[in-house]
Design a protein around this ligand. Structure first.
Ligand code: ASP
Length: 483
């Protein structure tokens, strides 16, 4: 029998999750309701409405750097070398396996549903497209892993830019600069605003390894980082409590600021549906099956415990901004060891994006269909490889996938401007794929933890370096929220 206390207890325990879910739905209703009052809202009015949401997003973003760097250092530093190698390897195998399966699923769906009709309206928004070649994009990804200046890496990223030679080919000291062949253009490197998370993540792993190798001598620094990451975790808990309000205003503002969504959806409806169906199958069928096969347990509780992370991902459109929430929930609700969680999640959030990979493949083939282009098997294979790379290269920020899409289009010779075809619905798809990205990372951490459990226990028994983390005890209110 369901007693009253039980129901009340359950509601209380999932209070925050329910409130955040209401925040999402309420935000949509709020945005739509405001739209009925006035047909067009100015940018300024939309900014006022989204203001509270913006503050929430800024708080989350403020936590990313001071949280992931110390957490990663402590996690790697408190494992011994062979174990961190094994944990890392398991994570990479999982990331590659799930990303490739997401791409394959996307391709099967887009080829079967065939959402693109040749000659479809290509949209009239002309977006400034950047000229890059696929090798440049891939090499920039690796370049960013090795930032020459760490302080700079906290604010800037590197990228290669190609200089347009003008309308006519010319001879530049023996080299022909041909406007029709980007490979012949002059190259230059440029720094763009945005944290180079990938570079910092790699550097943190390296410091962690160094500290682990130093043994006793490395302990003081390890203790410092461990303390810093615990302090950030405590702040994260406070910020998560604001999620319902933050998400409400973020989504309300977005709905309010989007004009003509109905018309756009009419044109792009099938494309939109294909991506959504793919994300749904991957997130709610494929990944849960992998989780239950690997851990031999039912996936429902694990996934339900992460609801708050999904709603935050949906509200913010950024897996990096959601990272503090994801880590907190995995540790507190799903009891994943912090040494695994804080090691694999920051890496996962930057390189493992199943939702993005699936979307890149679907969108590229959709654009080819709109252009009336018949793709050969070889071209489809090329799309799957670059879609995988594009998802690895995409930063965990809103609509980053749209930027790396240029690379996928380029592989099959489609003009980069054609990303404008899907631009109108991208903000919404971005939120769905971000939620699936976060789900993929969470399940990955759960699986890697399960597979590494015995070794972690052994390490503690030998009196190893497992004492790196002392998770801050929760206050009574937090305890309730995270149960
Ligand atoms: N917004 C996505 C994320 O943060 C990346 C993308 O697909 O654009 O995970």
């Amino acid at each position: 029998m369901l007693s009253r206390e039980k129901v009340v207890g359950c509601l209380r325990a999932s209070g925050l999750t329910l409130a955040t879910l209401f925040g999402v739905i309420g935000g949509v209703v709020f945005g739509l309701a405001l739209r009925t009052r006035e047909a067009v809202w100015t940018d300024r009015e939309v900014m006022y409405v989204a203001y509270i949401g913006e503050l929430f997003l800024r708080m989350l973003k403020a936590l990313i750097l001071p949280l992931i760097v110390p957490s990663l250092i402590t996690a790697v530093g408190s494992l011994d070398m062979t174990l961190s190698g094994k944990v890392g390897m398991r994570a990479i195998v999982y990331y590659m396996g799930t990303t490739v399966s997401a791409v394959a699923l996307g391709i099967v769906l887009v080829v079967t549903i065939h959402p693109g009709v040749a000659g479809q309206d290509k949209g009239d928004i002309v977006q400034e497209s950047r000229n890059v070649t696929t090798p440049d994009t891939l090499m920039d990804l690796i370049r960013n892993m090795v930032p020459p200046n760490l302080i700079q890496a906290t604010v800037q990223q590197y990228r290669t830019a190609l200089i347009y030679p003008g309308n006519f080919a010319y001879n530049d000291s023996g080299q022909i600069r041909n406007p029709n062949d980007t490979q012949t253009w002059k190259m230059k490197g440029e720094w763009t605003a945005g944290t180079n998370i990938l570079g910092l993540v790699f550097f943190a792993v390296i410091i962690g390894i160094a500290l682990a190798k130093m043994g006793e001598k490395g302990k003081p620094l390890l203790a410092f980082f461990s303390c810093l990451s615990d302090a950030m975790m405590t702040i994260t808990t406070w910020v998560i409590n604001l999620a319902p309000i933050g998400v409400f205003f973020l989504i309300g503002g977005q709905v309010l600021g989007t004009n003509d969504f109905g018309t756009v959806l009419n044109q792009l409806g099938w494309y939109f549906t294909t991506v959504l169906v793919g994300l749904f199958i991957h997130g709610f069928i494929v990944l849960p099956i992998i989780l239950s096969v690997c851990t031999k347990s039912m996936p429902f509780r694990f996934i339900a415990n992460m609801t708050n992370a999904f709603t935050t991902a949906f509200g913010t459109g950024s897996s990096s901004a959601t990272l503090p929430v994801t880590i907190r929930l995995l540790e507190e609700k799903n009891h994943v060891d912090p040494r695994v969680c804080r090691f694999v999640l920051p890496i996962g959030a930057t390189i493992n994006m199943d939702g993005t990979a699936l979307y890149e493949a679907v969108a590229a083939i959709f654009i080819a269909q709109v252009n009336g282009m018949d793709l050969s098997m070889g071209q489809i294979l090329a799309i799957s490889i670059t879609a995988t790379a594009a998802s690895i290269g995409a930063a965990g920020i809103p609509q980053a996938g749209l930027v790396t899409m240029v690379m996928v289009l380029e592989t099959v010779g489609l003009p980069p401007e054609d990303v404008t075809i899907i631009l109108a619905v991208d903000w919404l798809l971005d939120r769905f794929r971000t939620a699936i990205n976060v789900l993929g990372d969470s399940i990955g951490a759960g699986i890697v933890y399960h597979l590494s459990k015995d070794e972690l226990d052994d390490m503690e028994k030998i009196g190893g370096k497992g004492e790196g983390f002392e998770t801050v005890p929760l206050t009574e209110v937090e305890e309730r929220n995270f149960k």
